[in-house]
Every structure is written in structure tokens, then in C-alpha cells.
Design a protein around this ligand. Sequence first.
Ligand code: HEM
Length: 348
Amino acid sequence: MPNIYYNDYLHLDKILGSQTPESEKHGVKAHDEMLFIIIHQTYELWFKQVVYELDSVLEILNKESVNDDSGDLGTVIRRLDRVVEIWKLLTQQISVLETMTSQDFLEFRNFLTPASGFQSVQFKIIEAKLGLEMHNRYGGEYYKRQNPNEGGFDSKDYQTIGEVEKSPTLKTLLIQWLERMPFLVQNYWTEDNTPEKFWENYKQLFLNSLNEKEDKESRRAEFEAIFSHQGIGSFSPQALRAILFIMLYRDFPRFHLPYQLLIRLQDIDETIAVFRYKHLMMVSRMIGMRVGTGGINKQGKNQEGYLEGALRQHRVFREISELSTFLIERRNLPPVPVSLIKELGFTS
Ligand code: HEM
């Protein structure tokens, strides 16, 4: 049997020897800098775990076909569950940091310039692995400062983020998986109830379900554009029809896991947004209207700052939530052919 010692296994010498407050180097006693360092280090450790989970999920979804019977989808969902729970924990941690007052922070804040959370490469990698692309990032000019002395990334880190963006992401793999969904092809349908007739019928039911406050003609145009012509964002009409169909018929056993996946992706968007919001509130309590150590205009009185912009704009799976616009009451769902019901049920 190997003789493993707890401290060696966890490399505690390295981890516990890695807190070096800048204030000490300047001969200043700033008690709270230790908390500040440890909080950031624990974030980075959890980010590492999130990247690890996302990589495994991407590997599964990158297979030519994800076999629903093999447990693949269940594994993906459980790992995304873990990501969501980690993110909730990361949001809670902010409250620990808030036991530091803004004046306590001032004791060491200026020693940190121009380093900032903006330079957390792992955070940007997580965003990129989920599917956030550079052209959709708020304040793109901040990413171009490839000089760490100005609060940007060094060119190696910048390149790493770019490479992750170009690799398959959760969003691109999700879209491909949705586009492969077989249930909306003619094989399962009848001459009287083809997929085209089903959607035409569905559109009418949807428009009839709207109350008088909704602009029916705009909704009709949106429905047609989204599901027939242009899609939304990088989601094709085919992928969007698959999402809507899964949402509508989620009670069929074959759709239980796909539906859970769609929910989990929205959970990820939501929990990260809650973290961003709590971070933003903490930042405004901590430094008021001052510029961040990373030199970014974090917030103005009357204008949107970087952190607010990122909160609003960095939502990777927004399109899934937007499809709730087009749901109708379950009791009014149009019938689907018996052959399809068989395929989607337990008895197939
Ligand atoms: C006293 C505590 C903190 C303050 C005052 C603060 C302030 C800021 C500010 C002003 C920014 C915008 C960039 C800049 O100009 O610096 C920023 C970005 C960021 N901070 Fe913090 N922060 C604090 C703690 C944390 C902690 C504990 C984390 C955890 C990792 C964190 C993660 C981030 C991240 C990831 C960004 C980039 C967000 C994005 O690009 O969307 N911050 N922070």
C-alpha cells in the first residue's frame, strides 16, 4: 500500500506558502490583504474545477452522436449541475469579502495597480468555453490592451483566450446536437400531419393564445423569421425548432434529459449573472465611483460602466430563454403522430 501523507498529497506547502501581501513589502500593516488574497485564490481554484468540468462536457458533446441511452447526456447534466452549484458558492463568497470595509481595502489597494480581476484568464476561458465570443464582449477595447502594465492581458494569455474561442464551445456543440435531433423529419410524421403542417398549425395556436396587449403582427413576423428564416444569434431555425419542440413535449420520456440540459444552460447564465451583479454591488460599495485597479471605467453616475455592460451583455444562452415567448398552454398542444409518440415514449 502506498504511504501517502495528507500534506504531501494536497501540496499544502505550495498552497499555504503562496500568500504574499504587497502591503508587507511596503512595510505597511494592512490586516485585510490576507483575506483579499485567499478569497481570490479560492476563486481561481474553483474556476479550475469549472474548466475541468466544462472540458469533460465538451468532450462528450463533441462525439459524432451523443447516445441518449449510453448515459452521456446524464453525465453532461450532472457535471453542469456541479458547475451551477460551484457558481452559487462563488456568489456567497462575496459576502465574506464584504466583511472588509472600503477603508480597510484602501490600506492596500494602491499597491495592487494595475492588477485586477479583469486579468483572470480562467474566468475569460470559462466564458469562452461556454460560447461567449470576442465580438460579443462588452468593452472590446479593453481586451486590446495587450500590456499587463495597463491592466490588460499579456499576449500569451490573450492568445489563449482567442484559441479557446475558436475551439468547439458548449454553445456551438449544443447547436450541432439540436440540429441532429431526428424527430422533426418526415419519417415519424404522416401525410396529413407533416412537420411543416404541424408548425403552421402551431403558429396559429400561438397567435390565438396572445392577449390583446400583444402586437400579433410583430409576433407573427418574429415567429416566421426565427423559426423559418434567420434564427436568432448563432442559433439556426432548425436548432430553435428543436428547442421549442423539446420544451413543448418535455413530458415525453425521450425529452426528459434534453429538457434538463436546456434548463441547466439557463441556470448557468443565471447563476453567473447573479455573481456579476453581487460583484458589481460589492465594487460600488468598496470603491464608490473610482476607477478600478485595472483602469476600467467600472461605472458612471449616468452612464453604463464595464461591469454593468458585461452583466447585461454576457449571457451566452439568452436565445433559449427567449423562446419562452413562443410557448402555448400545455392543454392546447397540437397532436403529434402516433409513430412519433411511440418513439418518444417508454415503449418505443
Ligand atoms: C475589493 C474587492 C473587489 C473590487 C473592488 C473589485 C473591482 C473590480 C473592478 C473595478 C473590475 C473592473 C476592472 C477594473 O478596472 O479593475 C473588476 C473586474 C473583475 N473582477 Fe473584481 N473586484 C473585487 C473582488 C473580486 C473578486 C474576489 C473576484 C473573484 C475572482 C473578482 C473577479 C473579477 C472579475 C472576473 C472581473 C472581470 C469581469 C468581467 O470581465 O466581466 N473581483 N473587479
